[in-house]
Every structure is written in structure tokens, then in C-alpha cells.
Design a protein around this ligand. Sequence first.
Ligand SMILES: [Zn+2]
Length: 299
Amino acid sequence: MMHQSPHVVTIAAPTAGPTVALLGGVHGDEYEGVIATRWLISHLRSALVKGTIRAAAPAHPAAWETTTRESPLDGKNLARVFPGDAKGTPTESVAHELTERVLKGSDLLIDLHSAGTSFEMPFLCGFQDDGGSVAADSRNFADIFAADFTWRHSGKPAPGRSLSAAFDLGIPAIYTEGGGGRSVRHDELTGYADGVLRVLHQLSMVASTPSRAKSSVRVLGDGNTDAGITAPASGYMVSRVECGEQYMAGQVLADIVDIDGSIIDQMRAPQAGYLMMRRRDARVQAGDTALIIAVKDTR
Ligand SMILES: [Zn+2]
């Protein structure tokens, strides 16, 4: 039996304060955010001293059941249909419920993603920066979250995301990414939970805060996973740079080889930067999204 409606958990502290919305598993093949959110729910039942937490994890139960990015019911990606539609398809209806019951009235959205089945990413916290005051708040929260990378994206969020729904409601929003590949790493799981707790501490919602293990690298670039550097030819992508690794301008990031290992084409860095996403499956068609890169953020 597939449950279509996300189960929303609300935790209210005895003292009034900010409301923080937490989403995990907007994509059904991303385990990290769901496990971290549910650990946080259990922890915060006693640790929340002020304000309210509203959480949904898995946020998209039908996709979670099948471990897929899209819904098995209508083929839609929940992160492309926000703010949703009560009378729409099953996925549009889930987005509508999350917008109405989790996002609306919140002071901050934290959406915990990871790279999912097909991609690999470093542990990062991202936000959209359109230059406005809500974006300044998002940036502040992303800095406090202190993932390995803090990724700033210029402009408004792309339509259909939870972040775009929050943006339209004037709510600051941050999101995370991690290794994915249907694996879960201890450092990332604790990194997700610790990052959320640091943000809640900043809002005076919890009494203590985990210390930062190391300082975050600030990067700038387009984080849209529908875009990125595409494979210039069909073949097998042989990567030369790891996720999160820094490279120089002109450096070869990956080769495209044929089945005999002969190089057909190469993907070079247009400028110095960091590799922020890499496709996992080496077999590529020309035009497939293969890599996403970012430059050092000098703000
Ligand atoms: Zn995701």
C-alpha cells in the first residue's frame, strides 16, 4: 500500500518562538535527509526549548516506497511541482500539502537532499541569493549550518522547488546535498543533524550547539541539477577529479573514451574551481549532464 500523503510531525516547545520547517526525502532515493530528520525529531522532542518544528520525512512517501526520484504514480519529480495543486496529480497534491502544512507560516525552511542514485556530490549547504533581505537571512543560516561547502546560487530559485515556494512566501531557505549513491556516510549523517542543531541554536530554539569540525569552503555557481556540463560525446566518462576537489583553469576534469579506452573527447575546466557534482554511471550519451562545477565565492 502506497501512502500518498506525507506524515507531518509538529513539535512545539513550551515557550513560543520561531517555526522551522524540515523536509527530508523530497526525492525518494535520498536516504540521508530522511534518517537525519527522523533522528532530529526524536532528539528535539526533549531538546526543543523554544518555538516549533514542522517536519516531513519522507516528504514524498510514494517515491520513498520505490526508492525513486520521481513518483511511481504519475512520473513527476516533487522538486519540480511546488507549490503544488490540491486538485492536481498525486505529486502535485503532495507539494500542495507540504506548502500548506509545513512551509506556510514558517520562519525558515531546511530541505535535506543528497545526490541520489545517479550522482555524487560533496557535503554542502546551498542557498539562493537574489540580493534581497530574505536571501541575506538564507546566507546567514547557510553559514551557520557550516557544511563542508557553502554554495551560493545567484538569482531566484528555479521554479517548482521547495526553495522557490519558500521564496514566494518570503521565507528564508537553505538545502543540503551529500554523497548519495544510496549509501549513507556517518560524517554526513551527523553533519546534517549538527548543521540543523547549529541553526536552531542560533534561533535560541535549543540550549547547546555542536562545534564546527572544520571551516566551510564558500563557492558560487549554478546548482541546477537539470543543467551542468554535458558530455561532449557518447562513450564512457573517465573522471580525473573527485567530488569536492579543487582544480585549475584548463585542467581535464574527465575524458570520454570508447570501449577500447581511446580518448574521444575531454572535458576541461573553463576556470579554476571545485567539482560539485559528478554523474556516477560512466556510460554517457552526448548531451547528458555529467558534471557541475563552482568557483570560489569571494563575497
Ligand atoms: Zn534531491
